[in-house]
Design a protein around this ligand. Sequence first.
Ligand code: AHM
Ligand code: MG
Length: 335
Amino acid sequence: MKDRNKTLGEFIIEKQEEFKYSSGELSRIINSIRLAAKVVSHKVNKAGLVDIVGAAGEQNIQGEDQQKLDVYANEVFIQTLINREIVCGIASEENDDFITVQGKDASHNNKYVVLMDPLDGSSNIDVNVSVGTIFSVYRRITPMGTPVTLEDFLQPGVNQVAAGYVIYGTSTMLVYTTGHGVNGFTLNPAIGTFYLSHPNMKYAPDGKIYSINEGNYIHFPQGVKDYIKYCQLEEGDRPYTSRYIGSLVSDFHRNMIKGGVYIYPTSSKAPNGKLRLLYECNPMAFIAEQAGGKASDGFDRILEIKPTELHQRVPFFCGSRNMVEKAEEFMTNAT
Ligand code: AHM
Ligand code: MG
């Protein structure tokens, strides 16, 4: 990391100054997420020590209750946002219902809602594989001064004003967009500072990686089966490489840097797919598009789906533009 690299804090201030009439609320939300990400990163890095100091549900040697990391991450992100009184509502994959945040003097006068998956891929923690946090921000629809309603959360992804993810990997990175491209910041854990390490990230239009849980092959729709066979064919730049971590943020991050496609389709076991539209697919789709990539449900653009429920699931095809389009072609031809 070069010393002259901008910090995330500096970057946020600089970006805010570009918007003449901005109230600074969005900057403060990103700042809060930055802070919560550092707290969770520290904890994730110590995950292996849980065996030494006590398992989840037990007390550790300091007499504190051990918590599962996804529950911990959920609390850290929610509390950080609530304590700063900068949002009017939060919805999380971990909670059944959305949370209403009253804000200063119970005025309900904040204008943004945050939706998040606080620790995605958390089944990977026990085996020391990267996990991530996914978040997105929308402007509320209901009038200021009133409590938020479900309507504020059930907005199509095109309405997102910001989205991002934190990847707790070999290093911790925060990658986000406010609709003006995608930038990635790497945490220097020694001093707790994120530095701009990946400015203006771009999805290559083509790639050679396909990421899908092929163990479910037998249950996939015909179009997906045909596309997998296409990826494996010895022709032109194929066969492609298969890479599947089973941790969306990690699979997405690798594919964005190297070029590739991620698919979580419908299957006879999961008729709507597995991933959640609001907490996982919309934010990733927004980031993908901002980086020049593409995201669909196999036929239609993810960001234009009108959500009907908080925990709605959708099939997800996301990545390098030409690869997603090729997969869509197979889907259409098979119907
Ligand atoms: P989670 O929200 O319960 O962690 O599930 C989401 C995860 C994604 O990160 C990952 O891409 C996918 O589930 C893997 O699912 P599978 O094990 O079915 O392939
Ligand atoms: Mg998840």
